[in-house]
Design a protein around this ligand. Structure first.
Ligand code: GLA
Length: 434
């Protein structure tokens, strides 16, 4: 579907001409599970995005239709939010309603709105589809209500919505990079000061390839919150040895080595990951700046190993994708990206060998697991914005994507997709299978 079609669909549904807003998904080159420890991350916004077409209403109702799910969410801002999540609510309602409610709680009085959402970020694949939805909805709602909003504030509101309405105690990385992303750059974000430096990504010799494993795990949210609690527990213990330790960011590697015996085994491994990952992230940003992709790649492999062995957030499929990628000629580095327990890997590949990489990794992963992965090259892109340019509106930008999932007895789930644009072109839809 292109933006002109999205506009026609909006007019059919709501009878008015909308404004358009967009917010991107992200990959994270390195710096995983460090954001909620006040540490460093090196993500980039990508050219996969969520677009919201929106018009204000005269009342305070918010009506949002998702073309991805073919579902509609409706709530009234003049009524208090329901205390309990209703089982009948669509899974994405929390992100949308949460963002609107938190905006109001933060003093942005909103008008009602009619909205239509379309995204080409695979949902639940570790590419921050939820942050993109929060940012695009939040930006659309403030703009059509006549408010200006600081991008950091918008990112923090998205994060708060995720904590309070979706139940994940996430850090700020995803919302921050969806707000501040810059074309052809990664951001070295200091999650304590909430400031970032942009680091150019030289795309002349290498490409970033995302590989979606097509698996996830029902436990991802509870395990995520558990890791965060373990880090908080570690800070309580370490604080007794040095009152300056207020987060794991404050613990240098040498100090960790000295204090490690005082930590319980599981917590010690979590801390080891966080303190070493912070070092790796700063090193990787320097290497990226110098164009030393070989070094960036080595640090990515070490990051994956640490996430697998010490932070324990990887899974068989992600490990397999990294191992296979590493054995293919032209791979500089590979690692899981995002919260873990499924989702995707990010790979840096010699530009001329990208097609070879995609075919080889796709075939070998399928042989080992029976699952067809999704592989795509991504480019670093800009953060949240209004789409004003009519020519951009006409451009085909997005796949209308429908997603289903099947839960397996062990709690893992498999993602199935079908792409409207393929159907439009007469092509076949894509599915994963075991
Ligand atoms: C998810 C969270 C982020 C971050 C990553 C792990 O994407 O939303 O805040 O913690 O996991 O690095």
């Amino acid at each position: 579907m292109n933006l002109a079609r999205l506009q026609e669909t909006f007019i059919d549904l709501f009878g008015e001409t909308p404004r358009f807003f967009r917010a991107p998904g992200r990959i994270n080159l390195i710096g995983e599970h460090t954001d909620y420890n006040d540490g460093f991350v090196l993500p980039a916004a990508i050219d996969k995005q969520t677009v919201v077409a929106a018009c204000p209403r005269n009342d305070r109702k918010v009506i949002v239709h998702s073309l991805n799910f073919d579902q509609t969410v409706e709530f009234d801002l003049s009524e208090a939010p329901g205390k309990r999540k209703k089982a009948s609510n669509p899974s994405w309602q929390g992100y949308v309603e949460g963002t609107a409610r938190v905006l109001e709680a933060e003093g942005f009085k909103l008008s009602g709105a009619n909205m239509l959402v379309l995204s080409d970020i695979t949902l639940g694949a570790g590419l921050s589809s939820s942050a993109a939805l929060e940012l695009a909805i939040g930006f659309a709602l403030t703009q059509i209500s006549g408010h200006s909003i600081d991008k950091l504030k918008l990112a923090q509101i998205g994060q708060r919505a995720e904590h309070e309405y979706a139940g994940t105690r996430c850090g700020i990385m995803d919302q921050y990079v969806s707000a501040f992303g810059k074309a052809d750059h990664a951001l070295l974000l200091d999650c304590r000061s909430m400031t970032s430096k942009s680091v150019p990504i030289d795309a002349t010799a290498s490409s970033i390839v995302v590989c979606e494993s097509k698996v996830g795990h029902e436990l991802a949210v509870s395990e995520y919150n558990k890791r965060r609690a373990e880090c908080e527990r570690a800070v309580q213990i370490l604080h007794k040895f040095d009152p300056d330790f207020t987060s794991l960011r404050d613990v240098p590697v040498e100090m960790f080595d000295k204090l490690a015996p005082h930590l319980p085994e599981a917590i010690r491994r979590r801390v080891k990951h966080v303190v070493t990952e912070n070092e790796r992230t700063r090193e990787a940003a320097l290497a990226l700046k110098k164009g030393d992709i070989t070094k960036v790649g080595e640090l990515m492999y070490s990051s994956h190993k640490s996430l697998k062995d010490d932070y324990a957030v990887s899974c068989r499929e992600l490990d397999l994708l990294v191992d296979i990628a590493r054995s293919i000629d032209g791979t500089f580095g590979a690692r899981m990206t995002g919260g873990g327990f499924g989702g995707c890997t990010v790979n840096i590949i010699e530009k001329d060998l990208v097609e070879y990489f995609k075919q080889t990794l796709g075939r070998r992963y399928r042989e080992e697991t029976g699952i067809i992965p999704s592989l795509h090259v991504v480019n670093a892109s800009g953060g949240v914005s209004e789409i004003k340019d009519l020519t951009e509106r006409k451009k085909t930008f997005s796949l209308g994507m429908r997603q289903k999932r099947t839960t397996l007895p062990d709690g893992r789930y498999l993602l199935y997709y079908s792409f409207d644009s393929e159907k439009e072109k007469g092509g076949s839809s894509e599915t994963s299978h075991v």
